[in-house]
Design a protein around this ligand. Structure first.
Ligand code: FAD
Length: 417
């Protein structure tokens, strides 16, 4: 292991590997180090399907050594602090490493302690999360015998903000297939005001929610789980309405608690934990006032340090945190770096917030929500020639289940797209 790299990348997830692979494709002689303590790299988008029993978890995992591109030095270490003023960072066991250019893509972490009772609840046989253990979600779904199947969303930004509702649609479909739907209430509770931020997709999803008799609860911010009583406590987060104006549903046994809370019992609960950047990012000089990595939203260059770039879930970008977004971010970062190292002039100057959310709405059905900054719809020109991606489609499901995993392992991680 060297102690200086021309380009030093933190994180061997989607952002880190794609950046390293694309850089080396353009310039084999670059001296690149990539730091990541993990033995494995996961294709997380398929965890939704794992939770619904239609994808093998083992197929979402590859050895980290197998995805690190040839010519890139893997440093199997954990970064504990960043010292941007001296162009160095510190790792847990090997100490300081210096760099000319630093790329940060360490993703986000689940903050189980930030929702009271969540940690204990996840130890029970009724509470699960595709963000923590998607195989457990499938076990719980199979064991569910009826009652309230409750799906929640936290108030923090999370990776793939659509994932909490995707597993809800799949679970609903599963209950239909297994004859349990009449005995169950499927409830989606979100602190947000709408089911989806882009109107065309919200229209489709609201229609599906109506047709399937799913109970959508907006402005429901989870604040506590009491797993001994199997209840979730919510704060009513609508600043423009009084909680007393809410009409509670008696069939799901929700009730008021105190002056500003709602309590809902569950027989099965799927949660998305609150999430944040890893601690070494939070502790650094590189974050904005909300704690996210402070990069320019178009160039992805750090707003105070010319030789630092950030991409992926950790970056303070006002768009959805997805692997699909990273596919458009990585070429921008790569061009900026090559330009800085004088091996290329800039081509992909600007990232416009592209992100996409493949919303599976049942087994064999999917809507493909694609958009840019300000929730402006932006469709892939090739796919949208053949179909309207805001409508449910079997072809899109095939893309999600087979096409995208193939493209991910064989093209994206190899720097080919
Ligand atoms: C349930 C679920 C469903 C999803 N569905 C979709 C989907 O349908 N479509 C889509 O495009 N995206 C989806 N995503 C989101 C997608 O997986 C992420 O946006 C993407 O993986 C983010 O890439 P990243 O490089 O920012 O972080 P990650 O891929 O999470 O990688 C971060 C890496 O940084 C490393 N790291 C962390 N801390 C340190 C440290 N201190 N030192 C060194 N290394 C460190 C970690 O070990 C990890 O390998 C989904 C995610 C989940 C969980």
């Amino acid at each position: 292991m060297k102690n200086h790299y021309e380009v030093l990348i933190v994180g061997g997830g989607t952002g880190g590997i794609m950046t390293a692979a694309q850089l080396l494709r353009q310039n084999k002689s670059l001296n690149i180090g990539l730091i990541d303590p993990s033995d494995a790299h996961y294709y997380q988008p398929a965890w939704t399907l794992v939770g619904a029993g239609t994808f093998n978890f083992q197929n979402t995992r590859r050895e980290m050594s197998s995805v690190i591109p040839d010519g890139c030095q893997w440093i199997q270490e954990e970064v504990v602090s960043l010292e941007p003023h001296s162009n160095q960072l510190t790792t847990k066991s090997s100490g300081a490493i210096t760099y000319d250019i630093l790329v940060l893509s360490p993703g986000v972490v689940n903050k189980l302690d930030d929702l009271e009772g969540l940690k204990e609840a996840l130890d029970t046989d009724f509470v699960c999360s595709n963000y923590v253990d998607p195989e457990k979600t499938w076990r719980i779904l199979k064991n569910f015998k009826g009652g309230n199947a409750l799906f929640t969303q936290p108030a923090t930004p999370i990776k793939c903000g659509g994932a909490p509702q995707k597993i809800m649609y799949l679970a609903e479909d599963y209950l239909r297939k297994t004859g349990l739907r009449d005995k169950s209430n499927v409830i989606f509770a979100t602190p947000g005001s709408v089911i989806f931020g882009v109107e065309d997709f919200a229209l489709t999803l609201n229609k599906i929610i109506d047709e399937k008799n799913i109970l959508l609860k907006t402005f429901y911010k989870p604040i506590k789980i009491d797993s001994s009583e199997k209840k979730v406590y919510f704060e009513f987060s609508n600043p423009n309405a009084d909680i007393q104006s809410l009409k509670l549903n008696s069939e799901i046994n929700e009730s008021f608690s105190g002056n500003n809370q709602i309590v809902m019992p569950y027989e099965m609960l799927h949660t998305a934990p609150p999430q944040s950047p890893p601690q070494f990012i939070l502790d650094s000089d590189l974050v904005n006032e909300t704690g996210w990595l402070d990069v320019d939203i178009h160039t992805l260059k750090h707003n105070s340090f010319e030789n630092i770039f950030g991409l992926g879930d950790v970056a303070a970008l006002p768009t959805a945190k997805t692997g699909a977004a990273i596919r458009k971010q990585a070429p921008v970062v790569v061009d900026q770096i090559l330009n800085k190292l004088k091996s290329k002039t800039i081509k992909h100057e600007s990232y416009n917030g592209y992100s996409s959310c493949p919303i599976v709405t049942g087994y064999g059905k999917m809507v493909l929500a694609e958009f840019e900054y300000n929730n402006v719809r932006k469709s892939d020109p090739i796919i949208s020639t053949f179909l309207d991606t805001s409508k449910e489609s079997w072809l899109l499901w095939i893309l999600k289940k087979y096409g995208l995993p193939f493209l991910y392992w064989n093209m994206m991680l190899k720097g080919r797209m």
